[in-house]
Design a protein around this ligand. Structure first.
Ligand code: NAD
Length: 420
């Protein structure tokens, strides 16, 4: 069946296409398929905010809980002008599958607010975040649904959410969100965790190609939380980061970018533009340049049926959620690109969020070395599980990850039974 590009890049369609392929392979009961396909609950809220200019603005926000079969729903909150309910739905289901791939006791959720945070003052952002949280008070909680940062939200936003929820509960409830600042219940290592998880999966993947970090060229798209930490840690580990693609400037150098220098430059100038230790590059050309590892760590739909044939990496390590469409999967498979699918590759973030939630509930905080060690254990065994599953069932890594995850969630649903 041919689909239009519009349909191809709809994240819900992208999620559903893989879900359908995986459930068919699993030969899953029709009723279970129906249960697992759609989110449990979807909430739309309208958030009035007093803007700095004295006017009132009303923002639309979402929270979708896809599944709570394996534990509390878990997933980030994104602020973006073009976030849609379909996108949040897809992201919520991806969270269910992601938590199941790494076998942590969470279901999946996601949230978002349609807004342009770059055009808002800190005061406006705080008021919007607090009112959004207040609207979600009955919906979220340490045992119900635990939000976290995602695109354009950060530790500060999580601190406001935690405080607002705590004010409503009349007690401090640190475990209601993860990705918080360390002094108010955040976990050591959480900030770098998604990037670290990407590196750990890449460390495993390059072994399959007989590569070492020193002879592995890497291109990273997006230098935000995920991309910059992946680049920094991989640079430290000896990988050659030859290209960085960002909206405000893309850079390339054959000999490898000094990521520490780039990091300091960005801290000082708030942009990558003007960094002179690498050449300016065209973002599209750089994305399609030859390298061993390409890490899309920005946003969805970067690899579609239109450009998949031009991708020239050996390993595609999906830092972002949904960077590749279902139609592109087939082209990449035909070209023998080894894909580390998003629900495995970027699961280091939610895994460390799980550690944060555990630490908050214990009231006992681990050393960073303990966090990193536990994370490595989970990421390595999950990588091996997925690759083994793919070999055993003769499917690609993505479908293997979905099958593994769906099977685990379906098992739990069957075991718990249907409440009537
Ligand atoms: P972020 O907002 O910190 O960074 C995203 C970066 O990508 C920004 O610097 C932005 O300028 C850049 N960008 C956006 N569109 C781009 C484009 N077309 N080309 C180049 N650069 C572009 O967000 P983040 O937290 O790093 O998340 C990035 C992706 O990773 C998202 O898909 C998110 O859902 C996913 N993810 C995040 C986490 C986490 O822990 N933060 C965990 C798992 C997955």
């Amino acid at each position: 069946m041919t689909v239009s590009l519009e349909q191809e890049i709809n994240p819900w369609e992208a999620q559903s296409a893989r879900f359908d392929a995986a459930t068919k392979k699993l030969n899953l009961d029709e009723g279970l398929v129906k249960i697992l396909r759609y989110p449990n609950r979807e909430l739309i809220v309208h958030i009035p905010v007093s803007m700095d200019n004295g006017k009132l603005e009303v923002f639309t926000g979402f929270r979708v809980q896809h599944s709570i079969a394996r534990g509390p729903a878990k997933g980030g909150v994104r602020y973006s002008p073009d976030v849609t309910l379909d996108e949040v739905r897809a992201l919520a289901s991806w969270m269910t599958w992601k938590c199941a791939v790494v076998n942590i006791p969470f279901g999946g959720a996601k949230g978002g607010i349609i807004c342009d945070p770059h055009k808002m003052s800190p005061g406006e952002l705080e008021r919007m975040t607090r009112r959004y949280t207040a609207e979600l008070v009955e919906f979220i909680g340490p045992e119900k649904d635990v939000p976290a940062p995602d695109m354009n939200t950060n530790e500060q936003v999580m601190a406001w959410m935690m405080d607002t929820y705590s004010m409503h509960m009349r007690q401090t409830v640190t475990a209601v969100v993860t990705g918080k600042p360390i002094n108010i219940g955040g976990s050591r290592g959480r900030r770098e965790a998604t990037g670290r998880g990407i590196m750990i999966t890449c460390d495993q993947a390059i072994k399959k190609f007989g590569l070492r970090p020193e002879n592995t060229r890497v291109i990273v798209q997006g230098f935000g939380n995920v991309g910059s930490n992946a680049a920094r840690l991989m640079h430290e580990a000896g990988y050659k980061i030859i290209g960085i693609i960002e909206v405000d400037g893309s850079i390339y150098t054959k000999k490898g970018i000094d990521i520490e220098a780039l990091w300091s430059y960005r801290e000082k100038n708030r942009t990558l533009a003007g960094f002179t230790e690498a050449e300016k590059a065209d973002p599209t050309e750089l994305f399609q340049s030859e390298c061993e590892i390409l890490i899309p760590a920005a946003t969805e739909n970067q690899i579609t049926s239109r450009n998949a044939a031009k991708i020239r990496c050996k390993i595609l390590a999906e830092g972002a959620n949904g960077p590749t469409t279902a139609a592109a999967d087939e082209i990449l498979a035909a070209n023998k690109v080894f894909v580390i699918p998003d629900i495995l590759c970027n699961a280091g973030g939610v895994t460390t969020s799980y550690f944060e939630w555990v630490q908050d509930r214990q009231g006992y905080f681990w050393k960073e070395s303990v966090v990193n060690e536990q994370l490595a254990d989970i990421m390595i065994s999950s990588f091996n599980d997925v690759v083994r599953y793919a070999d055993t069932h003769s499917v690609n890594n993505r479908i293997a990850a979905y099958m593994l995850a769906i099977d685990r969630v379906a098992y739990t649903v069957r075991q718990r039974g249907i409440y009537a």
